[in-house]
Design a binder for this molecule. Structure first.
Ligand code: GLU
Length: 484
């Protein structure tokens, strides 16, 4: 049978990096085996699920290139299937109605605590007589539905990542609730562990690949597969993503949702590449930079680590910069335009003859797309703002005459080129009678407002094309002269 895997996000938040990484492993596994990836939105938590989160998840997966073959299916649209399956289990005596009140359950837990026992349901309503049930109903109690779990059952599976995993029935907390409380003749809302199994059976899922945080659900789900007469799929529990302190990565660690990474200027190729490396070691001979398709050719669970994977910003930044540095300039320009627009820089989007050289100028220094805003500020704004270092440079002796010489030469120059710029600089050297280095530093301070930045001559040419160089030189000259 061909491989069928699924991705089952809950739309209770934006697409999280952990879910996206699970998506990557499912995608790679499906692709490697020529199988199918099914997308299922687990929206049964009505209070916390929101359509905008579903949209964020769909957009995020699409942006990352994690395409799916079937779905999205929504669990809220499939409630009849779950209720039918519960009816079957009730009919077979594998599930039953339990009428305990919250107070009774609480008292039971307190007593267990007092005896130093782990909390569990003690299965006290497993064998109610029809008379007892009738009496509870007469009291107006609303029953939940519980699935029977035998204490002496041993549940084992051969995990794709972790090898053999074994659980004992008695460690699963007693007979489990599979549907919330409702009138005794109805079936209340079916719960997570149950609906997942019904769906995985109905969708013919062959491999359940998900985060290690679900490992405790797997033994319960295996029992449900058996009770529903279905073949148990294979399971693979992928290691968690950890923060630098070794704890599970959470919102407290800052950015965790894919849309935030996107906004900050990480590109999709770099993120999926990085997420693949978070837990999977590339095969011999592969470099660390690869596309999803390349990884899919080599992907297998034998190279997925058992240990949690630490999220490493430096590594992600490095990968992102590698992608940006090697990207065709026209595509990079397209990616940068929204950032410049967001910063409210004034420019014509159609002015590619100016924008593309500008992109080429900063491309080698970019780590994230967002960096372009600060890096290119001096090329867009009319009032640049001089840093302290630049102001100090402007106030050095020799700067004012050098700038005067440059301004005079520039006013006599039409259409500046790199060669002509060198001639103008020579005029400055002559006028001030200082070393060329002094003139270059003064020129950088004057044109860019800073002492560090991209190539000076290229920057100047770009400023010149927008007639921004002369006004800025004059502004700088005023500062230089005010020091005398
Ligand atoms: N809906 C679950 C989650 O978002 C995933 C369930 C599963 O993969 O079995 O964590």
């Amino acid at each position: 049978m061909s491989v069928r895997v699924r991705l089952a996000p809950s739309p209770t938040g934006n697409l999280h990096i952990g879910t996206a990484r699970t998506a990557v492993f499912n995608w790679l596994f499906a692709r490697h085996h020529g199988g199918q990836l099914i997308l299922r939105i687990e929206d049964t938590d009505l209070e916390r699920s929101r359509p905008e989160y579903t949209q964020n998840i769909l957009d995020g997966l699409t942006w990352l290139g994690l395409t799916w073959d079937e779905g999205p299916f929504f669990q809220t649209k499939r409630m009849h299937l779950y209720r039918q399956a519960i009816q079957t289990l009730l009919g077979q005596g594998l599930a039953y109605r339990a009428y305990d009140t919250p107070e009774e359950l609480e008292a039971m837990r307190e007593a267990q605590k007092a005896r130093n026992e782990a909390p569990r349901y003690d299965n006290r309503h497993r064998h109610l007589t029809p008379e007892q049930e009738a009496a509870f109903m007469a009291e107006g109690r609303k029953p939940v539905i519980r699935f029977k779990i035998e204490d002496d059952r041993e549940i084992a599976w051969d995990d794709l990542v972790r090898g053999k995993v074994t659980w004992k029935g008695r460690d699963l907390g007693g007979d489990m609730v599979i549907a919330r409380a409702a009138e005794a003749d109805k079936i209340g809302q079916p719960l997570y562990n149950f609906v997942v199994v019904v769906d995985d059976i109905e969708m013919n899922i062959t491999h359940v690949i998900r985060g290690e945080d679900h490992i405790g659900n797997t033994p319960k789900q295996i029992l449900l597969y058996e009770a529903l007469g279905a073949t148990v799929p294979e399971f693979g529990h992928t290691p968690l993503i950890l923060n630098q302190a070794g704890a599970k990565l959470s919102k407290r660690d800052g950015v965790t949702s894919i849309s935030d990474f996107q906004r900050m200027g990480y590109i999709a190729e770099a993120i999926v590449n990085y997420m693949t490396l978070l837990g999977w070691s590339p095969s011999e001979g592969m470099t660390e930079i690869f596309t999803l398709e390349e990884a899919a050719n080599h992907f297998g669970f034998e190279r997925v680590n058992k240990a949690g994977a630490k999220f490493d910003w430096d590594k992600l930044n490095w990968l992102n910069s590698q992608y940006l540095h090697h990207m065709p300039i026209d595509r990079l320009t397209d990616l940068l335009i929204p950032y410049w627009q967001g910063a409210e820089y004034a420019f014509e989007e159609s002015d590619r003859a100016w924008l593309e050289p500008l992109t080429a100028l900063i491309a080698p220094s970019l780590v994230r797309l967002e960096d372009a805003i600060a890096m290119t500020n001096y090329l867009f704004v009319s009032d640049v703002g001089f840093t302290e270092a630049a102001t100090n440079q402007l106030r050095q002796e020799g700067t004012a005459p050098a700038l005067n010489g440059i301004i005079a030469a520039l006013e006599n120059t039409s259409s500046l080129t790199a060669d002509k710029a060198q001639e103008v600089i020579q005029q400055g050297v002559k006028a001030a009678n200082v070393k060329k280095g002094v003139v270059m530093r003064s020129l950088r301070a004057a044109l860019t407002g800073d002492m560090h930045g991209p190539d000076l001559i290229q920057s100047w040419l770009l400023l010149n094309q927008h007639q921004m160089d002369l006004p800025r030189l004059k502004q700088a000259l005023a500062i230089a002269e005010s020091a005398i």
